[in-house]
Design a protein around this ligand. Structure first.
Ligand code: ATP
Ligand code: MG
Length: 589
């Protein structure tokens, strides 16, 4: 399991308390309301006491009637307060959800950068659901009632000290049982949570690779892999449920035992003339009521534990978000891109993938990045676009390090076309304008034109409104790459980074790409192009060679690549394999 060391921040205390802000008052209100409900819940006991000791002994029907009316009234109030309490709890859940769900989702977008898997990241969103549904369940009711238990013990004690002592003994035993449940389920519940993540990861990966699984007929094995992970998760779940189920049953039996013991002891005391008959019943009812929340808490313990760990993770989430201070507004970048002694490590393992890279580009320049597979080209562009944080060294736009820019603002000045283009679930138009609700149609069309994809889009039945489905699967790989290019070019960003932009392109697409690079340079932008096929390099003036995690050469194109790009352009079939074969001997040495 990924550990994501860099994820937790140190200075986020204020944010962490922020998520509970405004809820403390409500908690105090609910606590007081629970007090009133618990006082009212003594109605039953007092009614019995009065019936036996007053109405029956006096034989007065009017007294009986008056007592009954009073009891009905009190029950009614108890009911109303109970309804209010549960409604407030449900609304607290809703309010909390509205407040923290966007934050949790935001963090889940950010988490993969810190080495968490997608399933782990999505789990943050589910944590919000867990907490909300817990608040709507019987769990919190039990937790709010628990502190009022002494009230009943006191009531029974006032009837007779022996009975009070017996009830107190029951309370202590059942509380110990609750603690035992906690200790025995805590570790298991955490393990079950991890197992659930592993299982979801496999399910996710199988679903994403459905085509490959179908074509090569290993659905059976894929299902078997899932089944194993599922069985592991189930057995851990069963373990937790068994513990809380067993202890729940024990607590219920103990409660009944105690109820009978109270009756027995009460009878004994009555025979000895120390207690009235009404007090026996009243004590029995009150002691049962005292122990009900313990019973409820043990029965709901699994949910309590789940909600608590979800809550802890959400707090951690808030800390992670609270880490970075909001950067100051800077003017839009217009001059340079500098990469200085940049060292980048893999988020999950911390393994250094690129070390000590130095590059410098001025406005109007374009850099081609070449080198063998696995050399570190994608790693370099991930660091340049700020997707992966740098371990050491810096990436600077107009001399300001990436971290000094506000994410959203910087995003408007960066275009990025990833190596594996996945589009978001939305329309083509929304994808190109990056879901900007105020996007100008004109700017969207301009970007599509610049990527040479406008004609293709308007030929589709719904044009720019074509729904792409998840991952943009409604388009071919080449079409996706060109829509991805349009998205990178949208709004004429200063820095456009393209990772193998021509891997799926036909000749026409490659020509559009070259035109786009020329246009970026002409308007004073900077382009960075990773390429295996030299045709993509025809419009660049600088070339960097990245191999074995190092930039082994950087300089003007003609000093690094031997073959004139013009010739390569004319002969794309022959030059399909990398320019690296033609890298000058002095470079690879
Ligand atoms: N997410 C990741 N976590 C850990 N290691 C990674 C990750 N992505 C890539 N690597 C490793 O980093 C090294 C460089 O990978 P990178 O993707 O930068 O290569 P590349 O030059 O872009 O290759 P290609 O031409 O095949 O795209 C490889 O050894 C790879 O195993
Ligand atoms: Mg790559």
């Amino acid at each position: 399991m990924a550990t994501g060391k860099g994820f937790k921040g140190k200075s986020g205390r204020s944010q962490a308390t922020d998520i509970t802000q405004g809820f403390r008052g409500i908690a105090i209100f609910l606590f007081s309301l629970s007090g009133v409900i618990n006082v009212l819940a003594l109605t039953g006991s007092i009614y019995m006491l009065q019936i036996y000791d007053r109405a029956l002994t006096s034989g007065s029907v009017p007294t009986l009637l008056a007592l009954s009316l009073l009891a009905v009234g009190l029950y009614l109030f108890q009911g109303i307060f109970d309804i209010i309490r549960s409604q407030v709890l449900v609304r607290v859940g809703g309010r909390l959800d509205r407040k923290i769900a966007p934050m949790a989702h935001r963090v889940s977008i950010d988490m993969p950068r810190f080495g968490f898997s997608t399933s782990e990241a999505l789990e943050r969103g589910r944590d919000v659901d867990t907490v909300r549904s817990f608040l709507g369940s019987q769990g919190p009711v039990a937790l709010f009632d628990l502190p009022w238990m002494p009230l009943y013990v006191l009531f029974v004690y006032m009837l007779h000290p022996y009975l009070g002592a017996l009830t107190l003994g029951g309370v202590v035993v059942l509380t110990l049982l609750t603690i035992a449940t906690e200790l025995m389920t805590r570790g298991r519940a955490a393990e079950a949570h991890k197992a659930a993540i592993v299982r979801n990861q496999i399910a996710d990966s199988n679903a994403r690779n459905a085509e490959v699984i179908k074509a090569m007929g290993f659905a059976g094995r894929a299902v078997a892999r899932f089944t194993r992970a599922n069985a592991e998760h189930l057995s851990l779940q069963t373990g937790t449920s068994d513990v809380s189920g067993t202890l729940g049953a024990i607590s219920r039996v103990l409660r009944m035992l105690l109820q009978s013991a109270i009756l027995g002891l009460g009878a004994f005391l009555t025979i000895n003339g120390d207690l009235s008959a009404g007090a026996i019943i009243a004590a029995s009812v009150a002691s049962t009521r005292a122990l009900a929340p313990v019973d409820l808490a043990i029965g709901n313990w699994k949910n309590v534990v789940q909600a608590r760990s979800a809550w802890r993770r959400l707090k951690e989430t808030a800390i992670a978000l609270g880490k970075a201070p909001e950067p100051m507004e800077l003017p839009a970048p217009t001059r340079s891109l500098k990469v200085e002694k940049l060292t980048v490590a893999a988020p999950a393992s911390g393994r250094v993938l690129l070390s000590e890279a130095d590059l410098q580009l001025e406005a109007g320049q374009a850099l081609g990045v070449i080198g063998p597979s696995g050399g570190g080209k994608t790693t370099l562009v991930r660091a340049i676009t700020g997707i992966w944080p740098s371990l050491r060294g810096s990436v600077r736009l107009d001399d300001a390090e990436l971290s000094q820019w506000r994410d959203e603002f910087l995003g408007c000045h960066i275009g990025y076309l990833p190596q594996e283009v996945a589009l978001l679930d939305g329309t083509i138009g929304e994808n190109i304008c990056r879901f900007d609700p105020d996007a100008e149609p004109r700017a969207i069309v301009d970007a599509a034109r610049a990527a040479g994809v406008h004609e293709m889009i308007v030929r589709l039945p719904d044009g720019y409104h074509t729904q792409l489905g998840s991952q943009g699967m409604a388009l071919s790989a080449g079409q996706r790459q060109r829509v991805g290019l349009a998205r990178a070019l949208y709004g004429n960003p200063f820095l456009v980074v393209m990772d193998e932009p021509n891997s799926n392109l036909d000749a026409e697409g490659e020509a559009a790409l070259t035109t786009a690079i020329v246009a970026i340079r002409a308007r004073g932008g900077i382009a960075v192009v990773v390429a295996h096929r030299p045709s993509a390099l025809s419009a660049v003036d600088l070339v960097a060679v990245v191999q074995n995690g190092k930039v082994t050469a950087f300089g003007p194109k003609n000093t690094i690549v031997q073959t004139p790009p013009q010739q390569e352009m004319e002969n794309p079939a022959k030059t399909d394999r990398p320019a690296r074969s033609r890298i000058k001997a002095r470079v690879s040495a």
